[in-house]
Design a binder for this molecule. Structure first.
Ligand code: 5GP
Ligand code: MG
Length: 176
């Protein structure tokens, strides 16, 4: 059990399982894009651990850069989509892979894919560390999924509760 601010969280997914699924995802990406010089686009802040661990498993030419876009305040997704800031590359003709910490309603990814399509990339794919299938509120295709998780509030491995708890190596769920 860990305490983050005023809430208690219990372990849900251990580091070893996360790392094992990241290796699988890296192999799937290599199969599809290993010879296509992909551009990884990490969505800060939550993705920093997933992006770091995933990139350590990628052994072919690629670039990575980061953008910001957040729709969460406290424990509940606002659904309100914010602007994308920080794209510092020309996406024309590039195979883009968005890296996300977690897909919940899917609205953030849906909106980001639409925004990126306007920059004429060769393709846009999504790789997410975790996915809440029961929370999905739109028609969204996820190309690479690390771990499917229940529709509960999670922290750790990059995920925060009001800015805290990102530093843990396992993923935790809010205690009942
Ligand atoms: P969506 O637009 O899919 O509803 O939400 C996506 C974003 O909400 C994620 O990138 C993440 O930042 C945040 N989010 C969704 N579920 C959780 C959760 O269980 N815990 C935390 N800390 N953030 C979450
Ligand atoms: Mg995120």
């Amino acid at each position: 059990m860990i305490q983050v601010l005023d809430k208690k969280f219990v372990p849900l997914i251990k580091e070893a399982e996360i790392q094992q699924e990241i290796k699988r995802v890296a192999a799937e990406i290599k199969h599809d894009l290993g010879d296509k010089n992909p551009l990884f686009l990490g969505v800060l802040n939550g993705v920093f651990m997933f992006a770091g661990d995933l990139m350590k498993e990628i052994d072919f030419p690629c670039e990575i850069t980061f953008v910001k876009c957040s729709s969460y305040a406290g424990l509940i997704s606002t659904g309100g989509v914010k602007t994308l800031i920080g794209i510092d590359r020309d996406l024309t003709g590039r195979h883009v892979v968005i890296l996300e910490d977690i897909v919940d309603t899917g609205l953030t990814m849906k909106n980001m894919i639409a925004t990126l399509q306007q920059a004429n990339p060769a393709s846009v794919r999504v790789a997410t560390c975790t996915f809440k299938p029961e929370s999905l509120q739109c028609d969204l295709h996820l190309d690479y999924v690390g771990i499917k998780v229940p529709s509960k509030f999670l922290v750790g491995y990059g995920l925060d509760y009001n800015g805290y708890g990102r530093n843990y190596r396992d993923i935790y769920v809010l205690a009942e």
